[in-house]
Design a protein around this ligand. Structure first.
Ligand code: UD1
Ligand code: MG
Length: 523
């Protein structure tokens, strides 16, 4: 074992020496220096995480791995290590894009070169971007420690993006959008959104940070999706840099984007190695906020927020799907992660109970009438034990004559469900979601629509087939499991990364092919 760690140590040292050599010999080329720094940042993160794990646990920064047989306690908030090393790397990198001005001042008139032509706004862009990212790392850590309520933490990314938006205003201040060709006869070629454009950018910052945090909860999924997005951004930048000359207007902005994204990829790869199934560490909200803000920063300052949102297609889908729960139209439990089945060692869709009384009555009635549901008895037992089993298939079917006959022998439903004493058989027409205190009428319609689209599975009261008792949680992870069947935790993460990859390919297709049908200039 010791010779392996000695070999690893030598390999790390060699890689570090190589990276430093690249940095020293190519100091005039900021992009190569940036790649060298990214490798260094990755290696440092990779070796720092195990060294700091025990310290984090001792400080109370720990969480339970929910999807394992043995409920292991792992260090939480390791995104802090990745975020800090990223920030230090970027701070050290700051002089390199300006090296031309430093070396020129040795030969030319230093007064003129440093004071008159130095690109102050470029420096301000980098500093404001780092300030915004740093604020989100700090706020993410505060969330990990204090578990801040959603209503308070929701607007935080918009506040953290103010330095960035200020520099955007001073620097270019472009607030117009190019209208798609089909709409130009009505709206004209350009629309100036004015202040609304800043609201839009603040919303992009909010969306990017929180959308990664709600597509979370299984080993490797947060870092995995972020890595695919980051690689897509880097690939998009490289495509642009290769296809245009250095004096093209967007050349500098894409270079800027690469400077920020390469070290991010470096620290994320290192973090993923430790966070991959079976995880040794959790990344915490710190990493989700750090990743989201880094993406928002490059999207806003490099002027491609629309392309960025295309890379976020799975997160947009997950957010729209989640919104009935996020906006409390439907109950939202603390954890919506898929449920781990100890027996099979596989992940299954997790469920949220809409009507506990109804569920208890349904269980009692089903056990009183085992003959009517003999096919799914095993499933029900599983359900009763964990409240999370696969749905009883009969619950999804319209009531049959057998059910109707059985209804006659029902125990009366609890008054808390119907709101008043009732007849023993709850009739279909009587059901109204308003009478369930946990399910609003809009929530009930959302469930109906999502069920029709196959995005959630609803368990109904088996006596009437009308009263929704529980649904699968509204997340993309659960939808994947509904479509693909139970998967291991590792395969579920790989599936999410594949979905992310396919969406990135679709985004490139839209950005570079379909766009020519709606825009005359690829912008
Ligand atoms: C968000 C989600 C929540 C999800 C949680 C998982 C919403 C509204 N909130 O909440 O549904 O359950 O993320 O991160 O969608 N954990 C694991 N395995 C992992 C990663 C995390 O078991 O691979 C568990 C650990 O117990 C860890 C906890 O999740 O301590 C972290 O949850 P936290 O980030 O605090 O949850 P939220 O971001 O509030
Ligand atoms: Mg989280």
């Amino acid at each position: 074992m010791s010779h392996i760690s000695a070999l690893t140590a030598w390999l790390i040292l060699a890689a570090e020496v190589g990276a430093v050599f690249i940095i020293l010999t190519t100091a005039h080329d900021p992009l190569t220096v940036n790649v060298g720094f990214s490798v260094l940042a990755g290696i440092t993160t990779w070796s720092a995480i195990p060294a700091l794990s025990a310290i984090f646990i001792k400080a109370g920064l720990k969480g339970m791995d929910l999807s394992k047989k043995s409920k292991q306690i792992l260090p939480e908030s390791m995104g802090m290590v990745a975020g800090l090393i990223y920030l230090v790397t970027m701070f050290v990198f700051i002089p390199f894009p300006f090296m031309r001005w430093f070396t020129a001042s040795r030969d030319g008139d230093p007064q003129e070169l440093t004071q008159l032509t130095f690109p102050n706004l470029k420096l301000a862009e980098i500093l404001s971007a780092l300030l915004s990212i740093q604020s989100m790392v700090f706020l993410g850590f505060a969330d990990d420690v204090l578990d801040i309520r959603w209503r308070f933490k929701m607007p935080l990314p918009a506040i953290a993006s103010i330095p960035l938006l200020m520099v955007y205003w001073v620097n270019s201040g472009v607030t117009y959008i190019v209208v798609p060709i089909p709409l130009r006869p009505i709206l004209g070629q350009l629309i100036n959104l004015g202040a609304l454009y800043y609201v839009y950018m603040a919303l992009v910052a909010i969306f990017c940070t929180h959308s990664i945090n709600i597509m979370a909860g299984i080993n490797g999924v947060e870092v995995g999706q972020s890595l695919v997005i980051a690689c897509s951004i880097a690939f998009n930048d490289m495509l642009f840099l290769h296809s245009s000359t250095s004096n093209a207007p967007a050349f500098e902005t894409h270079l800027f984007s690469l400077y920020f994204i390469m070290p991010f990829i470096g620290v994320s790869v290192a973090l993923l190695i430790h966070n991959w199934y079976p995880s040794k560490v959790f990344i915490g909200d710190t990493y989700c906020y750090f990743a989201g803000m880094t993406f928002a920063v490059v999207g806003i300052l490099a002027h491609y927020s629309k392309t960025l949102l295309l890379f976020f297609l799975p997160q947009i889908f997950n957010f729209l799907l989640s919104s009935p729960q996020l906006f409390r139209l439907v109950p939202c439990p603390r954890h919506r992660v898929p449920r781990y089945n100890r027996g099979t060692n596989l992940m299954e869709p997790s469920r949220v109970v809409l009507d506990q009384d109804g569920l208890d009555e349904d269980m009692a009635w089903r056990s009183a009438h085992p003959a009517l549901h003999s096919n799914d008895h095993g499933k029900q037992m599983q359900h009763r034990n964990g409240m999370h089993g696969r749905l009883a298939s009969s619950a999804l079917l319209p009531p049959t004559s057998t059910d109707a006959a059985a209804d006659a022998s029902l125990t009366p439903p609890s008054p808390s469900f119907l709101g008043r004493p009732s007849s023993p058989t709850p009739s279909k027409s009587r059901y109204t979601p308003m009478l369930n205190p946990h399910l609003t009428r809009p929530g009930w319609y959302c469930i109906k629509i999502l069920e029709t689209l196959g995005l959630t599975e609803v368990r109904y009261d088996s006596r009437t087939g009308q009263r929704p008792l529980e649904i699968t949680n509204l997340t993309i992870l659960n939808v994947i499991l509904l479509k693909a069947g139970p998967l291991s935790e590792r395969n579920l993460t790989i599936s999410v990364m594949l979905v992310q990859l396919v969406c990135s390919l679709l985004a490139f297709f839209i950005r570079y092919r379909l766009v020519t049908f709606v825009y005359d200039v690829v912008s």
